[in-house]
Design a binder for this molecule. Structure first.
Ligand SMILES: [Zn+2]
Length: 255
């Protein structure tokens, strides 16, 4: 009897231990860069141009988001902020430790949180934040800070040995979306106007104009036919076929 009880006790202990252990093993998240992680990723496109990849949520799901870091002789230019304040702080500190250069200015490509939520982190360090008038107006209404509205339909900014051209092609993903062209490296940062090849739909279309969007993408195609690299707002970078893929999604949005 006593022996039976001992065996039962041992079985309970073993079961509890195994269950606890197995459960822990099963529910452990996979080792990957994940959602709530505040860690940004760096993707090198050319010697002087990097993607800063951050993570944020939309409709309860986690998505990656792309911005650019452009190195010039006089300092660094940042295109769009990461998707959270914490990741923006990390980006600014990483730029200082990785490149030992000051940030000359930030360009934001439209007034959505994945482009602008980190603006206060730049402004509190007195780093200029540039946008178009339209973006500045929407940003003010949405509480994303107040960028300097110095950009026009087409503006070329100088950052020492590097030029940064911005171009407003018309309404697409949002009424104010602009693209950024780096003439020396032939890199086109197309932002959320353009979808990655792996994107099967148009993503967040709450501020989109589904009729104008195609024409706006075509304007970018005809203006920058010699783009060698195209960086979308979300997903993998590629070539000009990302623009043609976006047009296909617009023509057959349910594909
Ligand atoms: Zn957007």
């Amino acid at each position: 009897m006593l022996r039976d009880r001992k065996i039962r006790f041992l079985l309970v202990v073993m079961f509890t231990f195994c269950f606890g252990y197995c459960q822990t093993t099963i529910v452990s998240p996979p080792a990957s860069s994940d959602s709530d992680s505040n860690t940004i990723e760096w993707i090198k496109i050319k010697e002087s141009v990097w993607i800063h990849k951050s993570f944020g949520s939309f409709d309860g799901k986690t998505y990656p988001s792309n911005g650019l870091v452009v190195l010039a002789n006089k300092g660094v230019v940042v295109i769009d902020t990461p998707w959270t304040i914490a990741q923006t702080e990390e980006l600014i500190q990483s730029i200082q430790s990785k490149f030992q250069k000051e940030i000359l200015f930030l360009v934001v490509t439209h007034a959505h949180d994945d482009r602008m939520v980190g603006v206060p982190s730049f402004q509190k360090r007195n780093i200029p934040v540039y946008s178009t008038k339209q973006t500045a107006k929407i940003a003010k209404e949405k509480g994303y800070g107040v960028p300097s509205p110095i950009l026009d339909i087409q503006t070329r900014l100088s950052a020492g040995n590097v030029s940064i051209e911005v171009f407003y092609p018309g309404h697409g993903h949002s009424p104010d979306n602009i693209v950024v062209w780096l003439p020396e490296t032939h890199i086109l940062f197309a932002g959320c106007l353009v979808k990655a090849l792996e994107a099967g739909d148009l993503g967040n279309v709450k501020d989109a104009d589904l009729l104008q969007w195609e024409l706006s993408v075509k304007r970018v195609l005809s203006r920058y036919p010699d783009a060698e690299v195209v960086v979308p707002g979300h997903g993998n970078w590629g070539k000009l076929d990302l623009l043609r893929h976006t047009i296909r999604l617009l023509i057959t949005p349910n594909d």
